[in-house]
Design a protein around this ligand. Structure first.
Ligand code: DGL
Length: 275
């Protein structure tokens, strides 16, 4: 039955685990297949065409695993590739974008800061998001090169992420930002450090609960939710260095996992040819 099929979740690396853990908590009967494209991370500074090819290759791999839906647990890949993926693949594809709408709805100072990758903030999709929701508050956009890479290497609180955040946060705080939007799925793993540096009065918004809700809605509408008797479970794949990635992923999830190697493939050529 299609309801028993797994859900695919992917990211440029380990950051999408912040989305996976939320899906795990909210949809506990579902089976999840996660791909960390750590061998090609970061996506934040790569050409959109490269990200689209990787996203298509990973989606093809997930379809070979029999998935019923795909969650693009990466703001950068969503901005670069989701329209194209939806045109190519006929299953529900759920993306993620910076939580601008809830941020402008809840800010008290009227000033919102957005932390994201360079590619996300330069994308048309992000410009469109600001056009739709950004006018009700002052929005300060801060690209954060290097920050996702810290999480990719399991550095959640050491000197490197601290030095980067000490560069990225003060200009926002000086302008009375009271709400910070985490516009990259790696950043929730840095939340404790960000909160410490920003102070207790700054709210930090992570969009993964909204993604899990949207996934549930899409599965419900399509009649694809796993039935209540299913036990769930996860499989994890990576294109990165297996030992280091395994160590970092187990640490981020807070339990040991088994990690499989993502087979080398033809980078979405099938999908491109079908275009
Ligand atoms: N986790 C990704 C995002 O949500 C991108 C990190 C990167 O590869 O630069 O944007």
């Amino acid at each position: 039955m299609d309801n028993d099929k797994p859900i695919g979740v992917f990211d440029s690396g380990v950051g999408g685990l912040s989305v996976l853990r939320r899906i795990r908590a909210d949809l506990r009967h579902e089976t999840l297949v996660y791909v960390a494209d750590s061998g090609h991370a970061p996506y934040g500074n790569k050409p959109a065409e490269f990200i689209a090819r990787r996203s298509a290759a990973i989606t093809e791999f997930l379809l070979e695993q029999g998935v019923k839906a795909v969650v693009v647990a990466c703001n950068t890949a969503t901005a670069a590739a989701i329209a194209w993926l939806r045109a190519q693949f006929m299953i529900p594809i759920i993306g993620i974008e910076p939580a601008v709408k809830p941020a402008v709805a809840t800010t008290r100072s009227g000033v919102v800061g957005i932390l994201a990758t360079g590619n996300t903030v330069r994308s048309d999709k992000f410009a469109d998001l600001l056009d739709r929701h950004g006018h009700r508050a002052r929005i300060l956009v801060q690209p954060c090169p290097g920050l996702a890479d810290c999480v990719e290497h399991g550095e959640l609180s050491g000197p490197r992420p601290r030095a980067l955040l000490e560069r990225y946060l003060p200009p926002l705080l000086a302008e009375s930002v009271d709400t910070l939007v985490l516009g990259c799925t790696h950043y929730p793993f840095l939340s404790p450090l960000i909160q410490r540096l920003a102070g207790p009065d700054v709210a930090i918004l992570d969009p993964s609960p909204a993604v899990a809700r949207q996934l549930r809605r899409r599965l419900e509408t399509a009649g694809l939710l796993a039935d209540g008797g299913a036990t769930g479970g996860e499989r994890y794949f990576t294109s990165g260095a297996p030992e280091r990635t395994l160590q970092v992923m187990s640490r981020l999830l807070g339990h040991a996992i088994t990690l499989e190697t993502l087979p080398e493939r033809r980078e979405g050529l099938k999908a491109q040819g079908a275009r």
